[in-house]
Design a protein around this ligand. Structure first.
Ligand SMILES: [Zn+2]
Length: 396
């Protein structure tokens, strides 16, 4: 008989405290601690549930976790009595490990906000449900964690999902969808109360409704910053290209660039010069921490991608101080390799970072996959068969 990998009293307490002693099941939030019957006691009726199972044949299995990892705080999720038994029914098949990891991250994120006294940024994009599209089977859904990966080949719908999510903020990425077949989807989010934006596109028009009321834009504002590529469009200069990429006024972009200062790039500024034809061009000048100064156009593709990402992160960092914010990063289009991207992943997971991130890529290195991020694999449509969105079980 295999030994049960129990958390023990001390770790159970840590798991509970990290959840604020409230159930982590979405929308439950039940308080599991309170005064006991005797005046000197308290009663705690919550459960530190295992994400990966305590025994080899337990719910969800044990993945590739060793005994130490199985009994670690990171493998526990705090739940009320009802939900701790619900998630283990039928070997936990309806509640895969990465779904629970996503819930845990979301619940801890909210608890952390509440504890730190932030109010404005208390919000979260919860879920995208695709009711009708030319790409995915009806009912396909994505539950967002603090960082969510969408992994799939070209044509599998990664960009489509990014564009659909931007409708929380703006309709400017929806042009190609109104000429498409009918598209219907919903995005639920907290801002800070839960609301649902319903989007219908097709027959040349876009119609939105917010909690069943017709609107022309999402009034419960969620900032969505979409870093789709390096901004390589046929526009006259860096300023015009990057302003177009971020859907910003050029004055705004200049102000934003002046605020960027990170471990990768110490400063950004625009420099105006007169070209041979006498037309002024505004080039982006990058000053690196070692003092090196280079113009954006002289950088390698990967370095350009990092600069564009820095601009996106700076926007998200500022926006998230004032309301719910989501950063969408199309990693392959930016040309950034995983080695360089790893430092950003640490930041996205940190408490200092108070926005959500969605990262799209063709593949995920195994060391990243093992860290327990929320991962969805996209299988694109083939012929008349619609594509699917599959939650990828960690370590499976
Ligand atoms: Zn519960």
């Amino acid at each position: 008989m295999a030994k049960r990998q129990e958390f023990g009293k001390e770790k159970r307490h840590i798991i509970a405290a990290r959840a604020g002693y409230r159930c982590s099941y979405p929308d439950c939030d039940k308080l599991t601690v309170g005064p006991g019957t005797a005046s000197e006691t308290f009663e705690d009726n919550g459960y530190a549930a295992h994400i990966y199972a305590a025994v080899p044949k337990g719910p969800r299995g044990q993945g590739k976790l060793n005994p130490v990892q199985l009994s670690a705080v990171s493998n526990g999720i705090w739940m009320c009595g009802d939900h701790s038994s619900l998630i283990d029914k039928k070997s936990g098949i309806r509640f895969p490990a990465n779904m629970l990891l996503g819930w845990k991250a979301l619940h801890e994120y909210r608890t952390s906000f509440e504890q730190s006294g932030f109010k404005a940024a208390y919000g979260f994009v919860r879920e995208l449900t695709i009711d009708n599209s030319a790409l995915f089977t009806p009912g396909s859904e994505i539950v967002f964690a603090k960082t969510t990966f969408l992994i799939g080949p070209n044509g599998s719908g990664k960009t489509a999902i990014c564009e659909w999510l931007t409708a929380l903020d703006t309709s400017r990425n929806m042009w190609r969808w109104i000429t498409h077949n009918i598209l219907n989807y919903r995005v639920s989010f907290d801002a800070p109360l839960m609301q649902t934006l319903q989007v219908e596109a097709g027959s040349g028009a876009l119609s939105l409704s917010l909690d069943n009321m017709a609107v022309h834009r999402n009034h419960a504002r969620v900032s969505v910053i979409y870093v789709r590529d390096r901004g390589g469009r046929a526009l006259p200069d860096d300023l015009a290209r990057l302003a177009h990429l971020f859907g910003m006024d050029q004055i705004e972009l200049k102000a934003l660039a002046a605020m960027v200062s990170s471990d990768f790039v110490a400063a950004l500024s625009f420099k105006r010069s007169l070209g041979t034809s006498g037309t002024p061009t505004d080039d982006l000048i990058c000053t690196f921490p070692d003092g090196q100064v280079e113009s954006f156009s002289q950088l390698s593709g990967g370095q350009q991608g990092m600069i564009v990402l820095e601009l996106g992160i700076e926007q998200a960092r500022i926006a998230s101080q004032f309301g719910p914010t989501m950063l969408l990063v199309e990693l392959k289009n930016l040309g950034i390799d995983w080695g360089n991207f790893a430092t950003y992943l640490d930041y996205f997971a940190s408490r200092q970072c108070i926005f959500q991130t969605v990262v799209t890529s063709w593949e995920l290195p195994s060391d990243v996959e093992m860290l327990g991020w929320q991962i969805y694999r996209l299988v694109g449509p083939t012929g008349t068969v619609l594509g699917t969105i599959v939650e990828s079980a960690r370590g499976a």
